[in-house]
Design a protein around this ligand. Structure first.
Ligand code: SAM
Length: 293
């Protein structure tokens, strides 16, 4: 397969990813900090800053602060969606930016929904939640408050299993983001085709993902040692879940190089500027961008 040394079927991969993220949902934020020494926050801040949501140089007229619809795919517990809203509404003073935060996994999305309740009311009003598989955005399911089975319970479920599915329309999104999600997808070309479909012409696909640090051999050797030995051990000690963290490390190893992934973006029909990607921390992570012509 494209993923190299291990051949897994699409459905096996899908089940594995669902198990991993359901089991790590609650501990996810703490683990991210431990595993990356807090670097994921720096990368996410940089990713959002470079996208500068709420300010579009493409918007005609003297004021580039027009309305924007952002779709955050594989949004997990909300790190990117919340940063987008803050930059757009507070830094760029553009309240006309709306964010759809989506993920295939209800447990992650529900943690995100609870976290979003501490955002300012105006940002909460501009945020919506969708349960969606990035590979098929025609069958998304909105997350809506749903009464608990026991009315006395403190539990706040958000999914109404009877809600009909909805399709994200063609040419409806200004900015599509995916951070640390795409390497988990079973069919990356299908996800890229869906990104292309939902984006407006001129809309931007932006991806932040772990990548290859092999341009610096010594640094790479230390990084490999850290990820293959320490991360599964930390997972075992902190979350009593060695397997999930072992999977995370292996999924990073199997993900294509910066150049291979850039070529997949081009194959989906996007146009790129320059090399099409930016390395972060020596290539431990990378940002790829493409525009729908
Ligand atoms: N974007 C968030 C962040 O940066 O903190 C979350 C990243 S988390 C490592 C990866 C997420 O991808 C998980 O929440 C998982 O459920 C989601 N995911 C995996 N496969 C997916 C798919 N096919 N479609 C949508 N989301 C998916």
């Amino acid at each position: 397969t494209h993923f190299g040394f291990q051949t897994v079927t699409e459905s096996e991969k899908r089940e594995k990813v669902a198990r991993v993220f359901t089991s790590v949902a609650e501990a996810y934020d703490r683990m991210n900090d431990l595993m990356s020494f807090g670097w994921h926050r720096v990368w996410k801040d940089h990713f959002v800053r470079t996208l500068n949501p709420g300010f579009s140089p493409l918007t005609a007229g003297p004021d580039p602060r027009g309305p924007q619809q952002i779709l955050d795919i594989a949004g997990g517990t909300g790190d990117i969606a919340f940063r987008m809203l803050h930059t757009a509404h507070v830094v760029n003073r553009n309240p006309d930016v709306r964010v759809i935060m989506s993920d295939i996994n209800r447990a992650m999305l529900t943690v995100g929904k609870h976290r979003s309740e501490s955002l300012p009311a105006s940002q909460q009003a501009a945020l919506s939640f969708l349960e969606a598989n990035a590979e098929d955005l025609t069958k998304a399911r909105p997350l809506v408050p749903y009464p608990p089975a026991d009315p006395a319970s403190e539990e706040k479920p958000f999914f109404d299993p009877t809600t009909a599915t909805t399709s994200i329309p063609d040419n409806s999104i200004d900015l599509y983001t995916v951070a640390f999600g795409i390497r988990n997808f079973s069919n990356i070309p299908a996800a890229l085709r869906e990104a292309y479909r939902v984006l407006k012409p001129g809309g931007v696909f932006a991806c932040l993902e772990f990548s290859k640090a092999d341009k610096h051999p010594l640094f790479n050797a230390v990084y490999k040692e850290w990820s293959f030995r320490a991360i599964p051990l930390i997972g075992q000690l902190v979350a009593a879940d060695r397997d999930s963290y072992q999977y995370l490390v292996e999924s990073i190893e199997r993900f294509p190089s910066q150049e291979e992934f850039r070529d997949m973006i081009l194959d989906a029909g996007f146009v790129i500027a320059g090399e099409g990607y930016e390395d972060l921390t020596g290539g431990v992570a990378a940002i790829h961008k493409g525009m729908k012509p």
